[in-house]
Design a binder for this molecule. Structure first.
Ligand SMILES: [Zn+2]
Length: 713
């Protein structure tokens, strides 16, 4: 999805390598190698608030710093493992949780910079350290001697007088090692390692095949009228693509979303639309050398085998035992409640689209490749809306001020720009975040504009997680976007959805900033996947409220607040096709769950039939495909989202429920509720997501507000 947060898909690493306090430096029995003491990543940082010295770090410094940080961590682990003293909470659990300070500091900085401002050296470094990092943490999590010490403490946990958070750290750590397979012995442990390795290879193959299939496809067009009303910048992009692919003339379209979707919306040529649509839908399913059917089936089967070895019924049971939803049945029950509403809405949308097609005098069957084209037609005719009209009201500095003002109204926060701190790029803006009473809360780095060295999308990450073991360490977080940079003539003007993205990512930032726990591995956004999008999505509710828009959404030339009529028009236009969007997303979420609730490996499954049968059973409309078909569902077969694609919708239940609670008070800035909300965020992962939610709102989450928001009720 467009708005993804980078919690770094290495939470297990972070969990095992929690650290981050300055005193640990002084007490540490391991010191950096003397040949390394000029590397800016390894020395003490004396910059303001202890921010990373980006002005001193060169790309070449990362690799040697990584090697040294891993060496130090290994030494620390060896000291814990080889201790002659009886295992205690302090010398084992806390020691482990606070070990690897250097390595954590390194991964925080390296992954932030290599995502937002990369270069060839950083790319190479990333390639070479990723497998080493995995191997390093595998070695720790499968270390039997280490686990025996953890287990010894775990067994007497009730008699140790631990605080609630210490208990959580201990139980989560124990669980994490068991889940990693540390209890397996001999042949089983070897088999587990082999499965991990094979799944990781297959995931890479799946991704490589998909990339090949995506890149191999091209739709080349030479007649301008087939472009329809495509915007000038997209036409220019397609012309460039055609040149890149060796054509002297014309425009080329590819299977990348930013290329295919606008074409499907605007081209009046049905055959071309169909060609592009089918090209997209058959990726990895062309029975050629890049076919993904056998690959994904092997992955699914290996996952079942592994789950069984670890004592779970299915892979989904294994994955969800660590999530807010806890069990596959909970996920299915939740989705089954929404599905009929969404399907009904999509059916009525279909009817409107078919009518529109007939009205246009087009003969023949309505097809999947017609859907987006007629949605655009309906929006134009019914609502007379074009998103570009709203841009002048969302100048990016104004939107940034909007989210700051909202934070002040809800939580009393203020923001002070820090002009002289080191940055990784001159475009960055850095702010000190202050409490209502002027107390320092943390620092946020904001990097707004698109550039070649930055990956796509928008995300948040932590440069330093909050912790409080020997002293309180304040958080440093980042927000990253790909907004259009200002030009000589105009400032950066955001679309409504870009403005929404700014509020979204800032919600993740607040989650990191409010953190108030003892251990870094439980801090801020270190929470289950089906909880993490909640604090970000909830911010999107405020951003479009008239009271909030009045604070910031002002025309950049006239200062006029965005007219209510324009907002209403936009909301109405956007809500058409909500049924399609939900159904398309949910079909993929069901598909994910169906693959991962299989109870026994079966090499005979026919992937196409498996999909077809389930879609038929769900009653999905023929012209709608799941947002991802199995053969190009990289979230679940080459990313970290297996049995987790439902999470976005799950978080939407929480955010809609929360905002409706604010509305019920009659004051969307209600101070009492804001206080409780902040308290929940400040707990990070120190309690389970459900426990936190219930404490905050006083009951279980309710689905009705989401049904209302989506117009299903
Ligand atoms: Zn997010």
């Amino acid at each position: 999805m467009k708005k993804t947060v980078v919690i770094l898909s290495i939470s297990i690493f972070l969990f095992l390598s929690c650290k981050e306090n300055k005193n640990a430096d002084k007490k540490s029995t391991t010191t950096i190698d003397s040949t390394m003491n000029t590397n800016p990543l390894l020395v003490q940082w004396d910059s303001p608030f202890g921010v990373p010295p980006f002005d001193k770090i060169k790309s070449e410094d990362y690799l040697p710093a990584f090697n040294e940080a891993v060496r130090l961590h290994k030494k620390e682990i060896a000291i814990i493992v080889n201790s002659k003293d009886k295992a205690t909470f302090k010398n084992t659990i806390e020691a482990l949780a606070t070990s690897g300070k250097m390595l954590n500091r390194f991964t925080n900085v390296f992954f932030a910079v290599s995502a937002a401002n990369t270069d060839d050296v950083l790319k190479e470094t990333r390639k070479s350290i990723s497998p080493e990092l995995t191997a390093h943490f595998d070695e720790i999590s499968l270390n039997t001697k280490l686990f025996n010490r953890i287990k010894a403490v775990y067994k007497q946990k009730k008699t140790l007088g631990l605080s609630a958070e210490e208990m959580r750290l201990l139980t989560e750590m124990y669980k994490e090692y068991v889940r990693a397979g540390v209890n397996l012995e001999g042949k089983d442990k070897e088999r587990l390692k082999a499965i991990n390795k094979r799944v990781s290879e297959l995931s890479t193959t799946f991704g490589d095949n998909l990339l090949e299939e995506t890149n191999a496809f091209e739709l080349h067009i030479t007649d301008k009228k087939d472009l329809g009303n495509l915007s000038a910048s997209l036409i220019a992009g397609a012309a460039e693509e055609a040149k890149k692919r060796g054509h002297d003339i014309g425009w080329s379209f590819t299977l990348q979303r930013p290329s295919i979707n606008p074409f499907l919306q605007s081209s009046p040529n049905r055959d071309f639309r169909e060609k592009l649509f089918q090209g997209y839908a058959l990726r990895g399913d062309n029975n050629n050398e890049n076919d993904n059917k056998a690959v994904l089936l092997e992955i699914a089967n290996l996952r079942i085998e592994k789950a069984k070895m670890l004592g779970f019924d299915t892979h989904a049971d294994y994955i969800l035992s660590d999530a807010m939803a806890e069990k596959p049945k909970v996920v299915y029950d939740f989705m089954d409640k929404l599905w009929p509403f969404a399907l009904n809405m999509a059916k009525s949308e279909r009817k409107a689209l078919v009518d529109m097609m007939k009205k246009g005098g087009v003969e023949g069957e309505f097809r999947g490749s017609d859907w987006r084209y007629y949605v655009a037609k309906v929006r134009e005719e019914r609502y007379n809306f074009n998103e570009d009209e709203t841009r002048p009201y969302f100048e990016f500095t104004a939107v940034r001020e909007g989210v700051f003002m909202l934070s002040k109204k809800l939580f009393g926060l203020t923001f002070k720009e820090l002009k002289d701190v080191p940055k990784w790029h001159e475009d960055q803006q850095v702010f000190e975040v202050l409490e209502a009473d002027g107390k320092h809360l943390g620092v946020i780095y904001m990097d707004f504009f698109t550039r070649e060295s930055k990956r796509g999308g928008a995300w948040m990450n932590a440069l330093r997680q909050q912790s409080n073991v020997d002293e309180f360490v304040t958080p440093i977080v980042t927000n990253n976007f790909n907004f259009p940079p200002p030009t000589k003539e105009t400032p950066s003007l955001l679309s409504f959805s870009e403005a929404q993205t700014l509020f979204h990512e800032f919600g993740h930032a607040l989650h990191g900033l409010f953190s108030n726990v003892k251990y870094r591995s439980l801090a801020g956004t270190n929470v289950p996947r089906d909880f993490v999008e909640f604090p970000s999505q909830v911010m999107e509710n405020w951003m479009s409220e008239p009271e909030v828009l009045a604070l910031y959404a002002k025309h950049y030339q006239t200062g006029e607040v965005i007219p209510k009529a324009m907002i209403d028009k936009m909301n109405r236009a956007n809500s058409f096709n909500e049924g399609f969007r939900t159904v398309e997303y949910m079909a993929a979420a069901y598909l994910d769950m169906n693959w991962h609730t299989l109870k026994a490996p079966d090499a005979e499954i026919n992937v196409r039939e498996f999909e077809k049968d389930f879609l038929k059973k769900m009653g999905l409309i023929d012209e709608i495909l799941p947002r991802y078909r199995s053969t190009y569902f990289s979230h679940i077969f080459s990313g970290g989202y297996s049995s987790g694609y439902y999470s976005y919708l799950w978080s939407e239940v929480l955010d809609a429920d929360t905002f409706s609670e604010f509305k019920k008070t009659g004051n969307i800035f209600d101070p009492e509720l804001s206080k409780k909300y902040r308290k929940m965020l400040s707990s990070g992962g120190s309690k389970s997501g459900m426990e936190l939610y219930k404490e905050f709102i006083g009951r279980s989450p309710e689905i009705t507000p989401l049904l209302k928001k989506k117009g299903f009720e």
